[in-house]
Design a binder for this molecule. Structure first.
Ligand SMILES: [Ca+2]
Ligand SMILES: [Ca+2]
Length: 195
């Protein structure tokens, strides 16, 4: 009887030992998995913030408020920064706001006279500087939130530094960064031009 009890205790001891070993293996993995889930959640959350920032910026730009003054772009930048609730360093973000006469013009290049007949624009060839920046452009978009009735593309790109090694090796680039991006296309309301 005593022997049976002893055997029972010793078996229990073995089980506890085995459980301790299993825990020692599983705990770091569980910790990494938890970090990974938190990180993925954060990435998705920040992307939603960027999208909401673009939408709200476009919603302000569409009205033409403060058109013709620097306040307009400043206000748009403030909105984008506010919506990122401090998680995105706006200074490091790539923000582009380009206006077009119509939806069909998005991505269209400026017209040029192909003097040497090679099918592409070359320095010195005559071109129609539609966006008034003094250079030929592959995209006719003009910097800024556009005039009355114009189409405007709001775009943001941000490199998010991933902290979990497991996630950064799968999703990140060579620097462990993941490119977040959001964009919105709107047509401005018609308003009376001030300039
Ligand atoms: Ca050419
Ligand atoms: Ca141009």
């Amino acid at each position: 009887m005593i022997q049976r009890i002893r055997r029972c205790f010793s078996l229990r001891g073995d089980e506890r030992g085995a459980q301790a070993v299993e825990f020692a293996f599983a705990a770091p993995l569980a910790f990494l998995l938890t970090c990974g889930v938190v990180e993925l959640g954060t990435v998705l959350f920040v992307n939603v913030l960027l999208e909401s920032g673009m939408r709200d910026a476009a919603r302000f730009g569409i009205t033409g408020q403060d058109e013709g003054s620097d306040d307009r772009i400043e206000r748009i930048m403030e909105i984008i920064e506010d919506r990122s609730i401090g998680l995105v360093d706006i200074e490091d973000a790539k923000i582009s706001i380009l206006s077009y006469p119509s939806f069909d013009d998005i991505g269209r290049s400026e017209d040029f006279v192909d003097g040497n007949g090679n099918g592409q624009y070359d320095l010195g060839e005559t071109f129609d500087d539609e966006n008034d920046n003094g250079a030929w452009d592959e995209d006719v978009g003009k910097q800024g939130a556009g005039g009355s009735g114009e189409v405007v593309v709001y775009q943001i790109e941000y490199d998010w530094k991933l902290m979990t090694p497991m996630i950064s090796s799968v999703m990140g680039d060579e620097d462990g960064k993941f490119k977040l991006s959001a964009s919105v296309v709107v047509r401005n309301e018609p308003w009376e031009e001030t300039n």
